[in-house]
Design a protein around this ligand. Structure first.
Ligand code: PLP
Length: 449
């Protein structure tokens, strides 16, 4: 590095020129922005030389952990051979064909067809366009409405944000016609005195009520994350998804599982649909598909929808320059090798058990800890003003933000959603690192009280 580079004021340049996603820019630069310079396993390094335990796997994506040489190699080899070619106009490349074939073999049931994009948002956008195109082709153009859920997150394109249930996003230009939302299956926050199994059915029946209100003839699809991640790791009771599936089938409404977070082992099975025992018509994938080493997403489409799109629609006027980018596909193939060879889904199931056991042992005595929940290696700690009555804090989000800052000060990355601390560490996290993570979490929560 030249002297000039060392003297460069990264903080000032970031403040002056960089618009961050999902950030309030006034408060962003009140303190230092943490500049991450390296990663290894579950650890990040920042530009101050501190080691940070990343209990969020980047943004839920670095399943195989940082520093995986074989992913670097796969990327370099593909860049050397063919850095880019598109998949429009009767062309294809070998990495994209190999990946489509592999995903079709991995995905549950008849999800045999893959459409590629770069981000989870684009995958959701694509799935929604496909759902509407499917009904138009079948002579039912009135079937346009998409039903999602409060606290659902389906990305930041305008269609994805409209399908999601984040009110702040709706307020900023993403409230569209032909989208509706139902309650989330959030037992801790909304279950009141019902038992979880009963509450699961109750929450699913909100879909039936919404269909009765809007008319099945006007509804294209229901979209949901098997576990709502960004909305606060809302884990539905086991009764929820089978009931949702029954309602969709009886009303001829397509079921889209948004597996952008749950896919590729996070829930202890390869896909969240398998954990919850359902078979969707479409499934969106991203994030862990490449462990975040390259941007890539996919929509897996079941035979019923694919056959209409392939044989009857004619041209599907949709796609991206980087649909099936060969470098991303090559990285995905090498990453799936790791996930399968190291059996990361089973490892997530086993490590998740250990993590929850250690969290209970370390945190159950803290009065602001209301619930610890998780499936595989995705989980949450509910902070509460009164654990007996589950009363929330007066100003939603204030305590969560304080706790997140204490995590940050303890070199632990956890996210706060309202007053819920959420975590999704890399699936390769080891037992000693779990203990370290739990010790840091205890210090952070204790400091918050
Ligand atoms: N869908 C779900 C379930 C997500 O969690 C996310 C991102 O977190 C998205 C879609 C959007 O993905 P991306 O940020 O890659 O566009």
């Amino acid at each position: 590095m030249s002297d000039q580079t060392i003297a460069f004021d990264w903080q000032a340049a970031d403040a002056a020129h960089h618009l961050h996603p999902f950030s309030d820019h006034k408060s962003l630069h009140e303190g230092r922005v943490r500049i991450i310079t390296g990663g290894d396993g579950v650890w990040l390094t920042d530009d101050q030389g501190r080691r940070v335990l990343d209990a969020m796997a980047g943004l839920w994506c670095v399943a195989a952990g940082y520093g995986r040489e074989e992913l670097v190699e796969a990327s370099a080899a593909q860049m050397r051979a063919l850095p880019f070619y598109n998949t429009f106009f009767k062309t294809s490349t070998r990495p994209v064909i190999a990946l489509a074939e592999r995903l079709a073999a991995m995905a549950p049931g008849d999800l045999n067809h893959a459409f590629f994009a770069c981000s989870g948002s684009e995958a959701v956008d694509t799935a929604l366009r496909m759902a509407r195109t499917y009904w138009i082709t079948r002579g039912k153009p009135a079937k346009r409405i998409v039903i999602g859920r409060e606290y659902g997150y389906h990305g930041s394109t305008t269609l994805g944000a409209a399908a999601g249930g984040m009110k702040d996003m709706h307020r900023q230009g993403a409230a569209l016609p032909d989208f509706a939302h139902i309650m989330p299956p959030y037992w801790y926050g909304r279950g009141s005195q019902m038992d979880p199994a009963e509450f699961g059915v109750h929450a699913a029946r909100a879909l039936e009520a919404k269909i009765a209100e809007l008319g099945a003839d006007n509804i294209a699809a229901f979209i949901g994350e098997p576990i709502q991640g960004a909305g606060g790791v809302i884990i539905p009771p086991a009764t929820y998804w089978p009931e949702i599936q029954r309602i969709c089938r009886e009303n001829d409404i397509l079921l889209i599982a948004d597996e952008v977070i749950c896919g590729f082992g996070r829930t202890g099975r390869m896909f969240g649909c398998e954990t919850f025992g359902i078979q969707p018509d479409m499934m969106t994938l991203a994030k862990a598909i490449t462990s975040g080493y390259a941007p890539l997403s996919a929509v897996m489409v079941g035979d019923r929808v694919a056959e209409v799109l392939i044989n009857e629609t004619g041209e599907f006027y949709h796609g991206f320059t980087y649909s099936g980018h060969p470098v991303s596909c090559a990285v995905a193939l090498a990453n799936l090798d790791i996930i399968e060879r190291e059996d990361l889904a089973a490892r997530a199931a086993a490590s998740g058990e250990i993590l929850r056991e250690r969290l209970h042992a370390a945190l159950d005595d803290l009065p602001i800890v209301g619930e610890i929940r998780g499936v595989g290696l995705i989980g949450a700690i509910e902070l509460t003003a009164d654990r007996r009555t589950r009363r929330p804090f007066e100003k939603t989000g204030r305590v969560g933000t304080i706790c997140r800052d204490h995590c940050f000060a303890n070199d632990l990355v956890m996210r706060a959603v309202r007053d819920t601390m959420v975590f999704a560490p890399p699936l390769i996290i080891g037992e000693a690192e779990i203990d370290d993570m739990v010790a840091r979490a205890r210090r952070a929560i204790t400091a918050t009280m």
